[in-house]
Ligand binder design. Structure first.
Ligand SMILES: C[S@@+](CC[C@H](N)C(=O)[O-])C[C@H]1O[C@@H](n2cnc3c(N)ncnc32)[C@H](O)[C@@H]1O
Length: 258
């Protein structure tokens, strides 16, 4: 029995925005979202966040602190890496790093590949695969990164277990994700902006509001900072910690495989 059939039989459920769906259906719905937005994905990120997502991604790479000098053998996998923002940043900081972008969506990978080619970056390769079932041997990577990816994966626990499996002992896991705002007033402004402005912006720029309704709803469904940290710990990561960004609009979680 393949995995999808297994999930259907066990009746695993997942949230797709505010809707509850079968885990297998969630992946199809998510794929459809990213098929629709791939071409304008990078532009929309800049417009929606006023460029903030760049600073958050810089913060993830700064916390990872990949070795600056050419250091052959530093291997990173960026899971749900889409158009390659994290991978290209790591490659820019670490001449010897070999970075693998894994994503389930060929359209997103194609945009990423084209960006890497335009910049003549040959340290980054792009692999079409599922975060829940990574096609790599155990212990292969020094670091696993994910940015704004895990929210979209139907079986979060499986993706975390896979991240742990492919890390070498002593390896680092870092996850940047939208989180829960913990600043009074900012939370209400953020809600207003999310539900009223973002879908309309999507309508104007991409010609479709639906993917951006999914975005804001899926953020509300994702575990808050403490719950997500507990989940990472339960997976088996050690020394789990997090840092809030912009009042908790996003957060970076860190864990180690010891
Ligand atoms: C919001 S984008 C993030 C892209 C990139 N990491 C960034 O920060 O710009 C989410 C990505 O997760 C990918 N994704 C969704 N489900 C996935 C899965 N099960 N396995 C791997 N990638 C997945 C989507 O195709 C999409 O490219």
């Amino acid at each position: 029995m393949d995995d999808d059939a297994g999930a259907a039989v066990t009746g695993e459920r997942a949230s797709f925005g505010f809707r509850e769906v079968a885990a297998t259906d969630k992946q199809r719905l998510v794929d459809h979202v990213f098929d629709r937005v791939a071409d304008r994905y990078d532009l929309m990120n800049d417009l929606m966040s006023g460029g903030l997502h760049r600073l958050w991604k810089d913060a993830l790479v700064a916390w990872l602190a990949p070795p600056r000098r050419a250091h052959l053998g530093y291997r990173v996998v960026d899971v749900a890496g889409g158009t390659g923002d994290i991978a290209l940043r790591i490659a820019g900081r670490c001449a010897g790093a070999a970075v693998t972008v894994v994503d389930i969506n060929p359209e997103m990978l194609a945009v990423g590949r084209a960006r890497a080619d335009r910049r003549h970056v040959d340290q980054v390769d792009f692999v079409d695969a599922n975060a829940e079932d990574l096609p790599f041997a155990a212990g292969r990577f020094d670091a696993v990164t994910v940015a704004f990816g895990l929210r979209n994966v139907p079986r979060l626990e499986r993706a975390l277990a896979e991240a742990l499996r492919v890390l070498r002992p002593g390896g680092r896991f870092l996850c940047l994700e939208f989180s829960t705002v913990d600043v009074a007033v900012l939370d209400r402004l953020y809600d207003l902006y999310s539900f009223s402005v973002i879908p309309r912006l999507g309508g104007l720029v991409v010609g479709d509001e639906e993917p951006y309704r999914y975005l804001v709803e899926s953020i509300r469904r994702f575990p808050n900072q403490a719950r997500f940290a507990a989940l990472i710990e339960r997976t088996g990561f050690a020394r789990v910690a997090w840092r809030n960004l912009s009042g908790g609009i996003a957060a970076i979680h860190s864990g180690w495989k010891l």
